[in-house]
Design a protein around this ligand. Structure first.
Ligand SMILES: *Cc1c(COP(=O)(O)O)cnc(C)c1O
Length: 443
């Protein structure tokens, strides 16, 4: 009997995963040809598969990771928390970790957001903010304010409520019959500049669209929801901070809540701790998740104002905020978040990132000058461009090609982006640029 060739450890896990695990955002049939990559462990910005191959995690594992995988300080914080308390019901009970996290988030967030409500993931933060906004208006005697407005190309999650304020056709259209219709207003995406227009002009033009909408519909509108500075999932569309300043002013003038979805942009991604800071605005609701735990554990937080909080303060239970999920304020997740905030403070991460982005500017400029790169743009620790006239299967093809070179890139359509963990080195950033250039050469 001839011996079979040894099956690679990767191949074994791949087959078992394909059979037993239904992967997200995936046509599973494509995995007949496109391999799944079974990851054995993470080391800083790198993922290592079961055959020992290494991949630079240029998408921060779906935008959640901040300081690399298996970070010693976050690991130590979680081990310490495990010995005290893993979880406790947060209705009628509280614990030190959730209190401390709430206080520290309120101190770091734009002014006036002193009340923290916890959810399980980004989409749940969106759901909480929509319900809370409507209910606050309703408690204040304006139950007719129950419509929401979002931007063209917006993404706020994929549960039914969140999907209703999401404008990404691939995610939304199939489920449209299940959704409550929601209005969209023009995106301030700087790529929409007409000849002679600056990014600030585009922002102003979009703000005028918002103004017209609110002027007509403010009486029935509860809230506007925006992704500040960068609309991620529709393709890293970046806009001028002026839009946020105008949106804040218009929401205040028309009596509409402003919900800032900083699920992706929060925690330093756009160059400041929160993107809203760059416009000097405080929203009525600030949504946080993804980087909140450094990419360790699912957790979301909705921060809101005294005014919203006061709208629920009453003897009547039904006028309280009626939203519960079993793992609210999970102690382990909150402890990971505290460890993340410690790292920001102790390592002066925002300043360090700024210095890195400056050091990398020449490298990035070389990639921007590639004849097949369009609309090259950078904000904080996000770089993006469109591949000019690519092959129809560009996103999948690019993913496979980069993977073969040891880089995890996951284009959105023809938009290639880097959103690496903040711990990437100069050499690793150079590898990203070289890989992207090689992909463009071959595309
Ligand atoms: C990822 C994301 C969400 C949804 O978060 P999930 O944890 O995936 O549900 C919502 N809004 C924005 C801006 C996001 O990037």
């Amino acid at each position: 009997m001839s011996a079979l060739p040894p099956l690679s450890a990767n191949a074994g896990w791949l087959a078992r995963s394909r059979a037993a695990v239904w992967h997200p955002c995936t046509q599973m049939k494509q995995h007949e040809t496109l391999p799944l990559v079974p990851i054995a462990r993470g080391e800083g910005a790198w993922l290592v598969d079961f055959d020992g191959r290494r991949y630079l995690d240029a998408v921060s594992s779906w935008w959640v990771n901040l300081f690399g995988h298996a970070h010693p300080r976050i690991n130590a914080a979680l081990r310490a928390q495990l010995d005290d308390l893993e979880h406790v019901i947060l209705a009628g009970f509280t614990h030190a970790t959730v209190v401390e996290l709430s206080e520290r988030l309120a101190a770091l967030a734009p002014p006036g957001l002193g009340h923290a409500f916890y959810g399980s993931d980004g989409a749940s933060a969106t759901e909480i903010a929509l319900k809370m906004s409507f209910h606050a208006w309703s408690n204040r005697g304006a139950p007719e304010k129950r419509e929401f407005v979002s931007l063209e190309g917006s993404y706020h999650g994929e549960t039914l409520g969140a999907l209703a304020v999401t404008d990404v056709p691939l995610f939304r259209d199939t489920y449209a019959p299940l959704l409550r219709r929601c209005a969209t207003v023009p995106s301030p995406d700087a790529r929409r500049a007409r000849p002679g227009e600056s990014a600030s002009d585009v922002a102003e033009r979009a703000a005028q669209g918002l103004e017209a909408h609110l002027a007509a519909h403010h009486a029935t509108t509860a809230a506007l929801i925006v992704e500040p500075l960068v609309q991620g999932a529709s393709g890293m569309a970046m806009h001028d901070p002026r839009y946020l300043a105008r949106a804040r002013e218009l929401c205040t003038r028309f009596g509409v809540h402003l919900i800032a979805d900083e699920i992706m942009t929060g925690f330093g991604r756009t160059g400041t701790l929160f993107a809203c800071e760059q416009a000097g605005v405080s929203p009525d609701f600030l949504l946080l998740s993804k980087g909140l735990t450094g990419g360790y554990l699912p957790l979301a937080c909705v921060l809101t104002t005294d005014e919203v909080y006061a709208a629920f303060w009453d003897d009547d239970t039904a006028r309280g905020f009626l939203h519960s999920h079993s793992y609210t304020g999970n102690a382990l997740a909150c402890r990971a978040a505290l460890a993340v905030l410690d790292i920001f403070r102790d390592d002066d991460v925002i300043a360090a990132n700024r210095a890195k982005a400056q050091r990398w500017a020449a490298r990035a400029a070389a990639l921007a000058a590639h004849p097949r790169a369009r609309n090259f743009r950078n904000r904080g620790m996000i770089w993006a461009f469109e591949a000019d006239n690519p092959r129809p299967d560009f996103a999948r093809w690019c993913f496979a090609r980069a993977l073969a070179r040891g880089v995890l890139l996951r284009p959105i359509g023809r938009t290639v982006y880097f959103m690496p963990p903040y711990v990437v080195t100069d050499d690793e950033f150079a590898l990203l640029c070289d890989t992207a250039a090689e992909v463009l050469d071959a595309a």
